[in-house]
Design a binder for this molecule. Structure first.
Ligand SMILES: O=P(O)(O)OC[C@H]1O[C@H](OP(=O)(O)OP(=O)(O)O)[C@H](O)[C@@H]1O
Ligand SMILES: Nc1nc2[nH]cnc2c(=O)[nH]1
Length: 183
């Protein structure tokens, strides 16, 4: 796996510092509220697992899954709900937990859908943001780090369902996806 990584962007240690900082911000902002963390599968699962443990106020969790990237590095732009939430949203202060904000299509779609279910409030938390790539106007309240326009993997993020279990985040060598299928 390591041979497919061009450059390590964030080490395990650097990610831990970022997650800890966001956990503190959310704990401060949601004290006395009715916090529900909504993790968007599968990419955010590693971030979610660490983030929830760095939040020291009561929090519920739920999961949903969307799909728009298929097995490649380009979004199809058509977002589908693959798995919906289990709970009703009335009365909750929702923080959507995402691994990456890229074109913005996934989060803009999710915001619309979740908003229509009547939560008390709703905000976005993303570990990574690629502002240069934005096609739809979406902004996160909590952002771990802004990154350049490169395809990253690790710490939950995949290419073709691989590399999610890397403990760090790195840029995938373009030769990996340019020669895809030649495995
Ligand atoms: O801003 P966008 O261009 O919409 O891209 C961001 C979305 O793409 C990734 O999900 P993906 O569809 O690859 O699913 P996964 O989380 O299961 O890897 C990521 O987890 C975000 O949900
Ligand atoms: N793995 C991965 N998924 C993405 N979805 C949108 N951008 C990215 C990215 O850079 N890496």
């Amino acid at each position: 796996m390591m041979q497919d990584i061009e450059e390590v962007l964030f080490t395990e240690r650097q990610i831990a510092v970022i997650v800890e900082r966001i956990g503190k911000e959310i704990s401060r902002d949601y004290r006395g509220k009715n916090l529900l963390l909504v993790s968007v599968l599968k990419g955010s699962v590693v971030f979610m697992a660490d983030l929830m443990r760095s939040i020291d106020i009561p929090a519920r969790i739920d999961f949903m899954a969307t799909s728009s990237y298929g097995s490649g590095v380009k979004t199809s732009g058509v977002v589908k709900i693959v798995k919906d939430l289990d709970i009703e949203l009335e009365g909750y202060d929702i923080v959507i937990v995402e691994d990456i904000l890229d074109s913005g299509k996934t989060l803009s779609y999710l915001l619309d859908i979740l908003q229509s279910r009547g939560p008390r409030s709703i905000r976005i938390c993303t570990l990574f943001d690629k502002p240069e790539r934005r096609e739809v106007d979406v902004q996160a309240t909590y952002t771990g780090a802004e990154i350049p326009d490169a395809f990253i993997v690790g710490y939950g993020l995949d290419y073709d369902e691989k590399y999610r279990n890397l403990p760090f985040v790195g840029i995938l060598k373009p030769s990996v996806y340019e020669t895809a299928g030649a495995d």
